[in-house]
Design a protein around this ligand. Structure first.
Ligand code: SF4
Length: 421
């Protein structure tokens, strides 16, 4: 069912409800377990959950992984007390075997017996039982409640509630969203050159390094899908700096500027310290201009990155925009992005997969950005696709990655050209 709504920035939005085709929030564990190096993610779920995360992440037989699944089987259904005992036993055995674990996340899933378990209470109970040794937190990665990037949102929200309070943090910048270490280091160097700081990142690489916050702490989001984390930070008095997201040269520049304004970095200083990386990024981007310019791209709702990426592809790569589908639209977090989309773009919130596929077939864009499950059928119909999940796994933020980001979209189009020869 479609319903049209005219927002405050006058971009019409079609709202759609129906069958969805997205990975669940458990998927976030795949990048989060690499980022927080002393955390363990214990999925409380079914064999399906175990298969999803094992096949998505790959399991190294000789390495100690930092994620696993506590499978609730039929015998647990006899009573919830049994489930809680079983969970405590599994967590206890895990912690005894793995002294390196400092934060244990209990990650909820879809099965009804898991939904009935109070994982927040279990986390409190386990934290008390292992005081001083480990912090146990919980969040939901259930496919009923979350799309795949919302898993990170839920995880970071759980962390925010336990961040230490420190009045001096009111004068530091908090960058929120999981970034590859190499990208984080690049941003740190840029902030240092701008005299912006101290800068702290959430999540930190180690549990003991999680940032402190205070009323007034300014924070920049590195990812557009962190709605609940942003709300939790605001509830603790932190202050969101509205900015475009750091994709492409323009997005990165505007994102850095938003931080610079708070810390007294002048426009001249910003131009001076970004001149070389901006020039390099523009030169590297130009390599993909002839491939991308004038090509039509549509997004099916999947990663929540769709709007900033559409802005980048349109403004910096010359692509034309067909439909932009997003799982949900938070106008507050996208306030600096939406006005940069061209008039007339078709923005759709939510998903009715059959109707959306019908519109893709009618539009026949040159490239469709979508989930894995929809890519193969579209490719079989002669349409080129890009898996949106790749955009979350690849380093794509910042000046130095702008060309890599463009290349991710150029690759399927170049493949099409090669096949046509
Ligand atoms: S959480 Fe739900 S959607 Fe995700 S793998 Fe488990 S059962 Fe499937």
């Amino acid at each position: 069912m479609l319903q049209q709504d005219l927002g405050c920035d006058d971009l019409p939005v079609l709202r759609e409800r129906g069958q969805r085709e997205v990975f669940c929030g458990l998927t976030g564990i795949i990048w989060l377990h690499r980022k927080i190096q002393d955390a363990f993610f214990l999925v409380v779920g079914s064999r399906t959950c175990a298969h999803l995360i094992q096949s998505a992440a790959g399991v190294m037989i000789f390495a100690e992984p930092r994620f696993g699944t506590a499978i609730l089987q039929d015998r647990d259904l006899a009573g919830m007390a049994d489930c809680n005992d079983e969970l405590d036993r599994i967590a206890g055995e895990l912690l005894a075997r793995r002294p390196d674990i400092r934060t244990l996340f209990l990650v909820g899933s879809c099965p009804s017996e898991v939904i009935k378990l109070d994982l927040a209470k279990a986390a409190e109970r386990l934290t008390a039982a292992h005081t001083g040794r480990v912090r146990v937190l919980s969040y939901s990665g259930s496919g009923i409640e979350t799309t795949f990037t919302q898993g990170e949102d839920q995880c970071l929200k759980a962390l925010v509630e336990h961040l230490p309070e420190d009045p001096t943090a009111a004068h530091s910048l908090l960058v929120v969203g999981s970034l590859p270490d190499i990208v984080e280091d690049q941003f740190q160097r840029q902030f240092d050159a701008m005299d912006v700081g101290p800068v702290r990142f959430l999540p930190a690489r180690r549990s003991s390094e999680m940032p402190a916050i205070a009323p007034g702490t300014p924070f920049l989001l590195a990812q557009p899908f962190l709605n609940e984390t942003a709300r939790a930070l605001e509830a603790r008095g932190a202050r969101h700096l509205s900015a475009p997201y750091p994709f492409g040269v323009e997005g990165t520049l505007a994102w850095l500027r938003a931080a610079g304004e708070v810390f007294g970095c002048t426009e001249e200083r910003l131009a001076q310290v970004t001149e070389a990386p901006v020039r390099r990024a523009r030169q590297a981007l130009a390599r993909y201009a002839s491939t991308l310019k004038g090509q039509r791209v549509s997004f099916l709702p999947d990663s929540q990155l769709e709007i900033p990426l559409a802005r980048f592809l349109h403004r910096e790569c010359g692509m034309e925009l067909g439909e932009i589908g997003v799982p949900f639209l938070d106008r507050g977090l996208l306030a600096a992005e939406l006005p940069q989309l061209p008039a007339g773009v078709r923005l759709v919130e939510g998903q009715h997969v059959d109707d959306q596929l019908d519109r893709v077939r009618a539009d026949r864009p040159d490239l469709t950005v979508c989930g894995l499950g929809l890519a193969n059928p579209l490719e079989a119909e002669g349409l080129r696709t890009k898996w949106s999940i790749e955009l979350v796994f690849s380093p794509v933020h910042g000046f130095d990655q702008a060309a890599d980001l463009a290349e991710l979209f150029a690759r399927p189009l170049l493949r099409k050209e090669r096949l046509a020869v």
